[in-house]
Design a protein around this ligand. Structure first.
Ligand SMILES: [Zn+2]
Length: 122
């Protein structure tokens, strides 16, 4: 399964400060190339495939999800900008996202062997 979802987001170039729109890939919820925006509610497989394509669980209160920026070169200055993001999901709603602080927590995730998300609050 190589499928993921997308967060359509406006990010800021770390070099020139320009804001631009990009898509951030992440694996949480029903993995079906669903396009989300900040504030949207995560969708889950509601029986069709018996949860086979779900990553995570609707029951988790607060998680941090690894996100990979599809457009990590700034369209204005062409320099490499933020490649990876932390996406915060609280009660199934995408509440915020920010440049990733560290990848280590994903590697050490107790709840997900693939390193796609970590549990912040059960
Ligand atoms: Zn730039």
């Amino acid at each position: 399964m190589g499928t993921y979802n997308l967060l359509i987001a406006e990010v800021t170039c770390a070099h020139c400060g320009v804001k631009y729109d990009t898509r951030i890939q992440f694996k949480y919820g029903l993995l079906w190339l669903i396009e989300y925006q900040p504030g949207d509610t995560i969708q889950w497989d509601t029986s069709r495939w018996n949860g086979r394509y779900d990553a995570g669980s609707a029951a988790l209160k607060k998680v941090k999800v690894y996100g990979s920026n599809e457009l990590d070169e700034c369209p204005l200055c062409n320099r490499k900008t933020v490649e990876e993001f932390d996406i915060f999901i609280e009660r199934n709603i995408i509440t915020s996202f920010s440049p990733m602080e560290t990848y280590q927590c994903y590697l050490e995730s107790d709840i997900d062997d693939n390193g796609d998300y970590v549990l912040l609050e059960a």
